[in-house]
Ligand binder design. Structure first.
Ligand SMILES: [Zn+2]
Ligand SMILES: [Zn+2]
Length: 271
């Protein structure tokens, strides 16, 4: 099977004789097509370049699943281990036998999910490698599914891919953008896995939420308020965003940052 993968966003597409004309994900106003144009690759081609899956521990019960070298926008998958089963969050757009073996050694995969369509990578290939476990996709983002498959499980509002791990739909960046709450994380203080739903600031002490991060399209006040309202009841000390970590006081940092965002939208910043 070919399984075309967009070289820019690393999202898998169906096994067709020729690659698709456009990657709808990259052609959308939230992403970009490189100046050099749309380019497609395949798992075999990536493997031939020496690409491999690397798994390393971030904290007890949580491992990063990434590629070396970096693929696409350099997304980092996360494997959350619980006694009830493991969730693979935002798997990379590549998979290999060594990576499958490493994840098996950590208890395998019970369910797969992502914060939003940009970071779904090769979710279907990862699902098939683990016996066809469900791949959760928010109904609101159904139109962005690039590789339809019977393993896809649509959900709305809230879902529990394994008992004790709750996904909550916040909207914002995408209508179905979600976070995953891991109460047992950080030694029981809780961690929030946010992907691009809540992005970690470059200063590692603020967060942000945008319709488009690469093209700087902001969100309206009501969207920021909804994110804040959705996460407010949750207890967490750490945030694992798609590209950064808030290492402590993450709940109050999130409240403060999102309030600051709304103050600027309202024209009343506290400078
Ligand atoms: Zn793409
Ligand atoms: Zn995104």
């Amino acid at each position: 099977m070919t399984i075309w993968t967009c070289a820019t966003c690393a999202i898998e597409h169906p096994d067709t004789p020729a690659p698709p004309e456009v990657c709808e994900i990259c052609a959308d106003e939230r992403q970009y097509v490189p100046a050099t144009g749309q380019r497609w690759t395949t798992r075999d081609e990536l493997a031939a370049t020496g690409m491999r899956i690397v798994v390393h521990e971030l904290e007890p019960g949580l491992h990063a699943v990434t590629t070396e070298p970096k693929l696409g926008i350099g997304q980092r998958g996360l494997l959350l281990q619980t006694p009830q089963g493991n969730v693979l969050w935002e798997p990379p757009g590549f998979i290999d036998d060594a990576g499958i073996a490493a994840v098996h050694a950590l208890g395998g995969v019970t369910a797969i999910s992502a914060s939003h369509p940009h970071l779904t990578g090769s979710s279907i290939q990862w699902s098939h490698a683990f016996g066809g476990v469900p791949v959760y996709v928010a109904t609101a983002d159904k139109r962005w599914i690039r590789r339809p498959d019977s393993v896809i499980e649509l959900w709305d509002g809230e879902a529990e891919p394994v008992p004790g791990l709750r996904m909550l739909q916040c909207g914002g960046h995408f209508a179905g953008s979600s976070v995953l709450h891991w109460p047992e994380g950080v030694g029981g203080h809780g961690a929030l896995i946010t992907g691009d739903t809540i992005a970690v600031g470059g200063d590692r002490k603020s967060v942000n939420a945008m319709r488009s991060y690469v093209n700087n399209i902001p969100l309206p006040r009501r969207a920021i308020q909804r994110i804040l309202d959705t996460i407010s009841p949750l207890e967490f000390d750490r945030i694992y965003g798609a590209f950064g970590i808030i290492d402590g006081n993450a709940a109050s940092i999130t409240r403060r940052s999102l309030q600051r965002y709304m103050d600027w939208l309202d024209g009343t910043p506290k400078e």
